[in-house]
Design a protein around this ligand. Structure first.
Ligand code: SPV
Ligand code: MG
Length: 516
């Protein structure tokens, strides 16, 4: 059965056919060109490769006259074998060919010796012993009689042709049946009953014909349907009357094997649940910034033309964090960012960070990065944090004393050891966290990023539950959480960094952020 691209080839296989005719007429028609070798042989090869990829039954390529001489044929065979094409058919005419049904009497036949040489070259070039060559004899088409056909058939058979295609443009099968009778089964015979289509197939079976090719009926049926569909939609300016008559989109997906891709995605793509989630705390106004945050929270302050939150979200995305939750409160209606989820904190006024975080506690699960909504940092900081295997890790800036400091709260920390350039140092753990630490015990400043794994998320969830019982819970900040974890002897790992981040607390910070 004819096919002319991957889709039609798959349809042919599904219908139950045992082989596919990659028709020269249909492939060129589908490409919008004539059946005169207007499409180059490599263009045909591309099409047949798609057909081969889409199917598992043998494909017989209609290679016209072989696109050149014996040498071109040898190369073609090699390329077809590489693409899993089972067989090739060549006809005894001259390049560039003309379709057998156009001006057929004026079509000269190929020199028989030259044609036999091509056949021989193919059989000697093939590396798969099952690769087949069908020699197509156009003698009847060109007006020759049975004797000449038999002479040509013998020569092709002797040269090694695996089968002969006897073509005829008569409306009855007389010519081809006479040939079959005289040939007496020397080798398999192939017919193309395009013009003598009313002959029942049993007649061919009884005559010992081995293969019948329905050569162009898929491209013709698609032409008829596409013409009707286009005409109707154009005239009716609606698809309503065609919708039920055409294949549903679901059928297109099925023929493309879309399900297989979905299953493969399950197996090969990182699972959404496996990758980290970010929770961004962005509920506070940031009143230190005065008029700048009248009506928008600090997180939406533009850095250049882009809101701070958008930059932050883009940083998470760039490090592969796709699930992002933003806790918003002040001017919540003005807080937006593409493809993030929002959690509302209506109690943002005069309350602390832990209350805000507790609003999103249901998202505290698996790998999580908790982040302030007013910070920016270089990519390596987040990447290093994400690579940490420990339950709870905080990013601490050891170069804290070099920082510009806005008035207000600073999350100073002390750890089991200070920052060191040595790569073989012991791990550092948090031992104290407070804005009031004496300068000589400060090892760094927590920058507002915490990374947890599944266990770490559970530990923090439990800590929040315990802290929420305190009367002052609404005022508590992250250093209270850290103190609680230290008191509970929960280990908080310290990942030291040295600069390359900033927070936006005042207008000076904002100016710095523009240049960051
Ligand atoms: C084709 O399908 O391209 C053929 C068969 O060569 S026919 O058009 O009938 O000659
Ligand atoms: Mg053809």
């Amino acid at each position: 059965m004819e096919a002319h691209n991957g889709l039609s080839a798959r349809i042919v296989e599904e219908a139950g056919f045992r082989g596919i005719w990659a028709s020269g007429l249909s492939i060129s028609a589908a490409l919008g060109v004539r059946d005169n070798n207007e499409a180059s042989w490599t263009q045909v090869l591309e099409v047949v490769e798609f057909m081969s990829d889409a199917t598992s039954i043998p494909i017989l390529l209609d290679a016209d006259t072989g696109y050149g001489n014996f040498n071109n044929m040898r190369r073609l065979v090699k390329k077809l074998e590489q693409r899993g094409v089972a067989a090739v058919c060549i006809e005894d005419k001259l390049f560039p060919k003309t379709n057998s049904f156009i001006n057929s009497e004026r079509q000269p036949l190929a020199d028989l010796e030259e044609f036999a040489g091509k056949i021989k070259a193919v059989k000697e070039a093939q590396s798969d012993p099952d690769f087949c060559l069908v020699a197509r004899l156009e003698g009847f088409i060109a007006g020759w009689g049975l004797d000449e056909m038999l002479r040509r058939a013998e020569a092709c058979h002797a040269a090694g042709a695996d089968a002969l295609l006897i073509h005829s443009r008569k409306s009855t099968p007389d010519q081809v049946l006479a040939f079959a009778e005289a040939w007496k089964g020397h080798c398999p015979l192939v017919l193309v009953p395009t013009t003598y289509y009313s002959t029942p197939v049993e007649v061919f079976e009884q005559a010992g014909i081995d293969l019948v090719i329905w050569a162009n009926h898929n491209v013709r049926s698609s032409i008829a349907t596409m013409q009707e569909t286009s005409r109707r939609i154009f005239e009716e300016r609606s698809v309503q009357s065609v919708e039920d008559a055409i294949a549903p989109v679901k059928e297109v997906f099925r023929l493309q094997n879309a399900d297989e891709l979905m299953e493969a995605e399950e197996r090969y793509l990182p699972k959404a649940s496996d990758s980290a989630r970010a929770i961004i705390l962005a509920a506070s106004r940031g009143s230190e910034m005065g008029d700048v945050t009248a009506g928008i929270p600090k997180t939406m302050v533009p850095i250049g033309n882009t809101p701070l939150l958008h930059k932050l979200v883009a940083q998470f995305r760039a490090s592969g964090v796709r699930r992002i939750v933003v806790i918003r409160g002040y001017a919540a209606g003005k807080v937006h960012a593409p493809d993030v989820e929002f959690v509302e904190n209506a109690e943002f006024e005069g309350t602390g960070e832990l209350l805000s975080l507790s609003k999103a506690v249901e998202y505290l699960e698996g790998d999580v990065v908790l982040s302030f909504g007013d910070i920016l940092f270089r990519k390596h900081i987040l990447n290093n944090l994400l690579a940490e295997p420990h339950d709870i890790v905080i990013a601490v800036d050891a170069a804290w004393h070099r920082r510009h400091r806005a008035a207000g709260y600073v999350d100073y920390v002390t750890a089991t050891r200070p920052y060191s350039l040595r790569y073989d140092e012991d791990e550092a753990f948090l031992t104290a966290a407070s804005p009031d630490l004496e300068e000589d015990v400060i090892h760094g400043e927590w920058i507002g990023l915490i990374k947890t794994n599944g266990r770490g998320s559970e530990i923090i969830t439990a800590a929040l539950a315990e802290l929420s019982k305190r009367g002052d819970f609404k005022k508590l900040r992250f250093d209270d959480l850290f103190k609680h974890l230290i008191a509970k002897q929960q280990r908080v790992h310290v990942l030291y960094i040295t600069g390359h981040w900033l927070d936006v607390d005042d207008l000076d910070d904002l100016a710095r952020a523009q240049a960051f």
